[in-house]
Design a protein around this ligand. Structure first.
Ligand SMILES: Nc1ncnc2c1ncn2[C@@H]1O[C@H](COP(=O)(O)OP(=O)(O)OP(=O)(O)O)[C@@H](O)[C@H]1O
Ligand SMILES: [Mg+2]
Length: 235
């Protein structure tokens, strides 16, 4: 579904990614782990087209994304839940969710209602807070809203950047359940996490990134048991 081939990326003259190759298959939940500053967010920004790669390819269902805009990439079915759960603080929960639909051509009232209903099934807490503004939600609820919004857009693949960052343990468990639920719905997930334990408990496989390169990969069980994981991540 998603295939990165020898991907290089830079901020101006400063190279950050040095040839990343990896693949995420249809229906899989795959983790990207790594310490601070290793290039994880940069990788997601490059996939989404916010940053143009200096070399290499990003393929989604065989289509090259590297010349497309973030908007076009979203329309193809790639959802992005950025770091620090960027929702619209002044808009209500409902408005935030409906913005998700603008990424899609077919947005009839029927589709809108159906998608909202679907989202409420998975996020009853959002339904109770429909008219509350984004900024009045708790951190965990904001994260739910950010994930729900890309589900509203009909994403087939969701890129999540550290969804559990700064959340209390109970909310981390809740986010983990949401990711498991997204997986059950058949949506493919590429999850960037510092919380390796959580990520490996919900993902099928994982990659470890160090200084802009993939240095280790394997099934979640193999990563959990490997001394390399401890060495690279300190967990
Ligand atoms: N806009 C930017 N301009 C210049 N350098 C940047 C920019 N954003 C990030 N960097 C640098 O790129 C490197 C990789 O950053 P990135 O945000 O991709 O790391 P990360 O793995 O997501 O880290 P974290 O786990 O802390 O979120 C860092 O050295 C960072 O300082
Ligand atoms: Mg980051």
């Amino acid at each position: 579904m998603l295939k990165l081939v020898d991907l290089h990326s830079a901020y101006g003259a400063t190279p950050i990614l040095f040839g990343v190759s990896l693949a995420v298959n249809d229906g899989e939940t795959v983790a990207l782990l790594g310490r601070n500053g290793m290039g994880k967010t940069t990788l997601l920004k490059t996939i989404m087209g916010f940053l143009k790669p200096t070399r290499g390819q990003v393929e989604f269902h065989g289509q090259d994304l590297t010349r497309l805009t973030p908007h076009e990439i979203a329309q193809l079915g790639v959802g992005y839940v950025p770091e620090n759960r960027r929702i619209f603080p002044g808009l209500t929960v409902r408005e935030n969710l409906e913005l998700g639909l603008s990424a899609e051509r077919a947005r009839t009232p029927a589709i809108r209602a159906e998608r909202l209903e679907q989202v409420f099934q998975h996020f009853p807490r959002l339904k109770e807070r429909l008219h509350q503004t984004g900024k009045t939600l708790s951190g965990g609820e904001q994260q739910m809203l950010a994930i729900a919004r890309v589900m509203m857009a009909g994403a087939k693949l969701i890129l999540m950047d550290e969804p559990t960052q700064g959340l209390a343990p109970a909310l981390v468990r809740h986010i983990r359940e949401i990711i498991a639920e997204v997986k059950r719905l058949g949506i493919t997930v590429f999850l960037v996490e510092q919380n390796a334990r959580m990520a490996l408990s919900v993902c099928d496989r994982g990659y470890i990134m160090e200084k802009g390169l993939i240095v280790f990969e394997g099934a979640s069980s193999a990563l959990r048991d490997s001394p390399v994981t401890r060495e690279k991540l300190g967990v």
